[in-house]
Design a protein around this ligand. Sequence first.
Ligand code: XMP
Length: 177
Amino acid sequence: MQILITAERIQQRLDELAVEIKQHYQGQPLTIVGVLTGCLMFLADLVRRLDMPIRLALVQASSYRGAVTRPGELRVRTDLLPDLRGRHVLLLDDILDTGRTLVPLVEQLRAMEPASLRVGVLLHKEGRQELPLKPDYCGFHIPDLFVIGYGLDYNDEYRQLPYVAVLPMPSSSTDLA
Ligand code: XMP
């Protein structure tokens, strides 16, 4: 498996992001909203570096590709969320790819009237974005590759890897075997 970002580089980058976040909020209470499930490692490692008042919340966003719904239609479960009105909110996700997950999610959270809303992603995949969004915090820019590890999955596997790796694609000879 080709490691794209080592565990050490991820942890170093989280140190830097934590400094940026603390500098911005200056000790003001912050609600961090993680997007299930890919955010889990990123969220857990980042919040342990934030010595400031923090509340944690989770939101589930999934794309339905069934016969009834349109391809890629996003379903968001906001019932897991606390009242965000008047709170400073930081939305965290594993990866910004096309933006089809985060952009509608940002709109939904904005409708809940937070005092402020910022977005942080561990990874930003280059050259794939369809909807406009510039994350306030970004761990790494990566090329257009399918990556796994550190929360990111393939068929719900590999999330527990401490690094980000490129998913090995079977060669055509393997396909035929
Ligand atoms: P969009 O396109 O909505 O993508 O910005 C966000 C969601 O798509 C998944 N995704 C990936 N998952 N490796 C993964 O394991 C990848 O390279 C990848 N690219 C996109 C992921 O669920 C993310 O939240």
